[in-house]
Design a binder for this molecule. Sequence first.
Ligand code: CMP
Length: 141
Amino acid sequence: MALQRTLSIIKPDAVKKNVIGQILSRFEGAELKISAMRFALLSREEAAGFYAVHKDRPFFKDLVEFMISGPVCIQVLEGDEAIQKNRDLMGATDPKQADPGTIRADFAESIDANAVHGSDSPENAATEIAYFFPNMNIYSR
Ligand code: CMP
């Protein structure tokens, strides 16, 4: 098994619902360690830059508007196979398709307000971590 880091975002809908702690507990319960964490109210430019890979998709504008609608809580998670493990914990992008017991099945309302983001590959994890934690030491524990 490979030790990996992945970027996780608790999105504005889940922050508003006051379920940050419940979501973080799921990471810890799956033996993912929180190696870095911060709150942010993203600017339109920051959100658009983060999701630049989706800039030509029809949902891009709504996605950016949603991501700036309130504070987000951003983490670096670390552990064995952290990227896939986090995606398994999150469940499918559309909460209606998400398996019971996953974060999105339990806390998300719609494909836009879907509670969490998680990196989908080692390359994207490295890019996304550098985007939100550029000058920060991330401590292995
Ligand atoms: P996330 O994992 O943060 O990555 C991109 C986001 O775009 C996704 O979660 C959804 O919240 C949002 N989105 C909205 N519509 C779609 C769609 N049709 N396909 C994929 N992502 C979508």
